[in-house]
Design a protein around this ligand. Sequence first.
Ligand code: HEM
Length: 431
Amino acid sequence: MSPLPPGPREPPVLQTAHWLLRPISFLESCRRSFGDTFSVRFLGFRTPMVMVTHPDAIRALYSVREHGLPPGRTVALLPIVGPRSLLLLEGRAHLARRRMMLPPFHGERMRAYESIVRDAVERDVERWPVGQSFALHPRMQAITLDVILRAVFGVTDQGRRARLAERLGHLLASTSSVGLQFGVLLSRRLGGPDPLARLQTVRHEIDALLAAEIAERRADPRDDILSMLIAARFEDGGAMDDEELRDQLMTLLLAGHETTATGLAWTFDLLLRHPRALARLVAEVAAGEEAYLRAVVAESLRLRPVVPLAGRRLSSELRVNGHVLPPGTDVTPAIWLAHTRADRYPEPFAFRPERFLEDAPATYAWIPFGGGVRRCLGAAFAEMEMRVALAEILRRRALRPASSAAERVARRNVTFSPRTGTRVVAEVLVA
Ligand code: HEM
């Protein structure tokens, strides 16, 4: 008898299509039919993936350092980030990098990056149309890309930033379509040409631009994160070589840019449809307070978690919900389901930042950044960037939604993204 919990009976191709095209309805139907724990089968994966949603199960999963990564992450990310990426390494190799890369992302250092975010917002907002509808998500992408290029890569020259931003935008857009993801999974299943091969040219162009930045920073270190990574040492005294630095830069870019932009777009989508929360936030921002701002960010990441899955491949057995899952099983929290449990969050589908004013998010019931030894390295950076960008935008523009219908969730690469890009209308605020 299979020790795995039951799950949908459709063939993998249908489960995959449902997951890629209508992820929330897929997850909800699993919750309705199977409860807290269930197994899904995705195309291209030889074994089922067990999804868990109870905080105790999530704690048990994330507390064991030795668990590995399930194969899904590699499929989506390897072509962009390269083999030595922190996102893809496991075991000792992963821990060694993580130790090196943590200090620049420590919470206390975040103040140093606030002015970069403010500046990026200020310059972008000046170019927004006034009185006409436009999509906010691409603007957030431009801002978060600019922030990473400056704070992480340390590119101060505007022309170079524009060139890198254009090439990177092209690479990210080409890898994000559902069609391409489906093509990759299918080619793995059936053999045949790899749909990602045609992206090699743009990758090489980006690599050349990054090699120039790395060489410059080696010769003339500054206070960006790249300079800190160049100076950092492994326990044996060795340093990262240029190829590895490139992989980690692409990792930080990929992990940190789209995610934060999407988190911001969702936050605006929610806020603009909740006028009382918006008014309260605008007033608190004007008064220079941060408590409600923090609560808004936490509530947005709860209700619209940007990354839906952050799984592990078990290195030892895991007991959940009466099942004993054997080593080798792929297990992931279904983050959206974990965040909308009625036993943890009264009125789970309501946008109520107030719920986080008194109680900080609980570690294993609020997991937009995953958990344990692989928890998002940039969580403090992302929350800082979201707070500063939100406050700065609300000080400069009055925004309203361009349509009365709330955004639906679409899959974009490894994220849950607003389907139509969060269209808004902006008016200039006179100080
Ligand atoms: C709202 C924005 C963000 C969200 C929702 C997010 C979410 C996540 C999630 C779910 C993971 C996987 C965690 C796990 O497996 O337990 C992750 C990993 C990671 N994130 Fe983020 N992230 C965000 C922003 C950032 C930023 C700004 C950076 C850096 C500039 C960053 C860098 C990373 C890195 C390097 C990892 C890999 C950590 C490891 O494997 O040890 N992320 N992120």
